[in-house]
Design a binder for this molecule. Structure first.
Ligand SMILES: *Cc1c(COP(=O)(O)O)cnc(C)c1O
Length: 227
């Protein structure tokens, strides 16, 4: 067995255990394999082992891999920072975008999404730990952005994503993930139907699953440490 497929099996067991400990169904937590910086052959190995959804952060790099692996029918998620001049390829080569943080980018994605494709599935990225440096909309600005995004015709707003400041303190991890869940619940109580919480990475996915993550984004624990 290749090391990638062995690590995928370990990851699937880890997700299953975290879900059961939280009283949740393992199948309700999807694994997004974050493959940024790794070559197409490594993704192919993961795909052969059964992995379908891949997350990428850099547009040019992702387009090459999407092209090289087109025969596999994979599902591509864009999870990186989005620039206005790069929205067109993202709008059309990906199924999901997790990193919407301003209305102008969402409008461009909606305008540029090919009419023959299903709507682009999107999450709004929220900055729940409040650092200046990290991208994501503030919790205070979220409701207005969510209303604007959900009105765009070629996008489907599925939920919220966050990348909290790393901390080994599990209680702090859980508090941040819980705040994303409460923001999702608040938007749903106002009439939205958001079913997705994209939260949790290699080092904090147990805390994220305990707080309701439906997509965990895992790179290092599958492909190894990035250079
Ligand atoms: C790189 C990245 C990940 C994966 O992080 P690991 O620590 O390698 O699991 C998850 N989410 C986003 C947005 C990333 O950029």
């Amino acid at each position: 067995m290749s090391s990638i497929s062995a690590r995928l099996q370990i990851m699937s067991a880890r997700i299953g255990r975290a879900a059961r400990e939280a009283g949740r169904e393992p199948a309700d937590v999807r694994l997004l394999a974050v493959s940024k910086t790794w070559p197409a052959e490594d993704l192919r190995e993961a795909a052969v082992a059964g992995q379908r959804a891949f997350g990428e952060s850099y547009v040019q790099e992702a387009l090459g891999k999407i092209d090289a692996l087109a025969d596999l029918g994979l599902e591509w998620h864009f999870i990186g920072p989005l620039q206005g001049n790069k929205t067109r390829p993202v709008a059309n080569a990906f199924s999901w975008v997790h990193s919407i943080d301003r209305v102008r980018i969402a409008q461009r994605l909606s305008e540029q999404r090919d009419v023959h494709l299903p709507p682009l599935q999107v999450c709004i990225q929220v900055n729940v730990s409040g650092e200046q440096s990290k991208s994501g909309v503030s919790p205070a600005a979220l409701p207005e952005l969510a209303r604007a995004v959900s009105s765009l015709p070629r996008l489907t707003l599925r939920g919220l994503m966050t990348i909290p400041e790393p901390t080994p303190d599990v209680a702090v991890q859980r508090a941040r993930f819980a705040s994303l869940r409460r923001l999702r619940d608040m938007l749903n109580s106002e009439g939205m139907t958001l079913d997705t919480l994209s939260m949790g990475m290699s080092d904090d996915l147990e805390a994220a699953i305990a707080e309701g993550a439906t997509i965990v984004r895992v790179g290092t624990a599958i492909f190894g440490s990035r250079a």
